[in-house]
Design a protein around this ligand. Structure first.
Ligand code: FRU
Length: 492
């Protein structure tokens, strides 16, 4: 039986969330059922379906005591809401159920591993420890032995206030492994644990130490093997801006290296940001039944939040499009999952279009589209700036610019009606291949995700403008030549 707190959340999400007209939500990005969403949790395949849970406060468009919401899908694009899965309703998680993961146990049951938090008056901080819950019938039943891991299961000197976000995975011999965000003297560490049954966990070692290299604490870690390498992804807080790679604030990072299993160390780490856009945080991955490593992230960032008004939309927060990952030349590449191609309708193609002054193209507009633009200079000519404006109307526009002079792609939402002085532009260093830059832009009503050069880089942003602003236009300050392939995206 569910607690009163969980029952209330379920009633509220049905009452408020299910009244939202479909067109007031993204079409194929999972958005919060009602109220607030942050990190994706428990991203997994179980019992013939994909599952995606998320950090959830159903009652307001702001963060509050964390619940876990739940949605399922057959294709990772069309999502069906399920009743909220967890609420802060036991002694071990009375002030919140923070981020975590899901796995199928040997006996076929689904296990959730999450962080229970308790506010301490003395410090005004959350004590964080790890808890589990198992699916029994329609309910996720919390284990009476919670918490199953506390800061006592960390080495000396580690903080009890920054020990969160357990991510489980299966090891080759069937053991369950987990990486957990930990912290020593305000410096991020990734703790590594194993378990035979998902309930009884043993500390194995510290997989990686920040040592002041990237921000402070590394939230929401994930660890997996991909294309013969090992990858640790995490979301470092308090990043310092560097000239061409990282932005300040909350960032995301992949460390690609070699796993020394005996000593539990990730060696030879090569670092890179995961998405250089405005709205991207807390990515997490899963393995599909056909062996693809797929990532989703919260398409939002703590530093760039513009609180949606509850009157406009009674929900706030969405996930990115699920992205297939690969390592190419020690670099993490990402592209929208191939299932997205099943939504393509009304193909429009233009080749060798000369672009100088602002222009638009017949059949190229819309707010739910998949458009690839290849850009190169015209023979014996050059350009230094190329810009694509989209979600464009009389009062609004968002754009992506390529500055050839120093090879930066910028996403810019300054003119999307935001009235807060938050970050509205972000840029990433890119590389042309044989003089060509390739931009694939996925629009889904309130967001744009730009995949650069077949997924070498990605840059994402949200914008909450009226759907009537659906124009697309192109310009260059010299003479550029472009090829455009554009599809509408629809389930019908
Ligand atoms: C990251 C995060 C996690 C935590 C959760 C709380 O966005 O701070 O570390 O578990 O959000 O909602």
């Amino acid at each position: 039986m569910s607690s009163q707190i969980l029952t209330d959340a379920r009633q509220y999400e049905e009452m408020i969330g299910d009244k939202v007209p479909e067109t007031d939500r993204p079409l194929f990005h999972l958005s919060s059922r009602s109220g607030w969403m942050n990190d994706p949790n428990g991203f997994s395949y179980y019992n013939g379906e994909y599952h995606l849970f998320y950090q959830y406060f159903p009652y307001d468009n702001r963060w509050g005591p964390m619940h876990w919401a739940h949605a399922t899908s057959n294709d990772l694009l069309k999502w069906k809401f399920q009743p909220a899965a967890l609420a802060p309703d036991t002694k071990a998680d009375a002030d919140g159920c923070f981020s975590g993961s899901a796995i199928e146990l040997d006996d076929g049951r689904q296990l959730l591993f999450y962080t229970g938090v308790l506010v301490t008056e003395k410090y005004g901080q959350y004590v964080q420890h790890q808890c589990v819950a198992v699916k029994e019938g329609d309910e996720y039943v919390k284990y009476e032995g919670n918490p199953v891991l506390t800061s006592k299961d960390l080495p000396e000197g580690y903080s009890r206030y920054d020990f969160r976000d357990p991510k489980m995975f299966r090891l080759k011999d069937g053991t369950i492994g987990a990486v957990i965000c930990a912290c020593k003297e305000k410096d991020g560490r990734i703790a590594y644990y194993t378990s035979k049954d998902g309930f009884d966990w043993q500390f194995k070692g510290i997989l990686a130490e920040n040592n002041g290299r990237f921000g402070t604490i590394w939230e929401c870690p994930d660890f997996f093997e991909l294309d013969g390498r090992h990858v640790l992804i995490c979301s470092p807080m308090n990043m310092r801006k560097t000239r061409t790679k990282y932005n300040s604030g909350n960032g995301t990072m992949a460390l690609i290296g070699d796993f020394d299993e005996e000593n539990t160390k990730l060696l030879n780490q090569i670092d890179q940001p995961i998405d250089g856009g405005i709205d991207f945080y807390a990515p997490t991955t899963m393995l599909t039944p056909d062996g693809r490593r797929v990532m989703v992230a919260w398409m939002q960032n703590w530093e760039t939040i513009v609180y949606g008004s509850k009157d406009q939309f009674p929900w706030f927060g969405m996930m990115t499009v699920p992205r297939e990952l690969h390592i190419v030349d020690d670099h993490l590449c990402q592209n929208p999952i191939r299932e997205l191609e099943n939504l393509r309708r009304n193909k429009v193609v233009y080749n060798n279009v000369e672009v100088s002054d602002w222009m638009s193209l017949d059949g190229v507009s819309g707010r739910t589209i998949d458009m690839t633009v290849n850009i190169r200079p015209k023979e014996n000519e050059d350009f230094s700036h190329f810009e694509i404006r989209f979600a464009q109307g009389e009062d609004y526009l968002t754009s992506v610019r390529y500055r050839r002079t120093d090879s930066f792609v910028t996403v810019d939402r300054r003119y999307c009606g935001i009235r807060n002085a938050v970050i509205n532009q972000r840029k990433m260093k890119v590389k042309e291949t044989d003089g060509v830059i390739k931009l694939r832009i996925i629009l889904d009503r309130f967001s744009a995700e730009v995949f650069i050069n077949d997924g070498e880089q990605a840059i994402s942003t949200t914008f909450y403008t009226p759907q009537s602003a659906d124009g697309i236009s192109f310009s260059s300050d010299g003479v550029a030549v472009m090829d455009v392939e554009k599809y509408d995206l629809s389930f019908d």
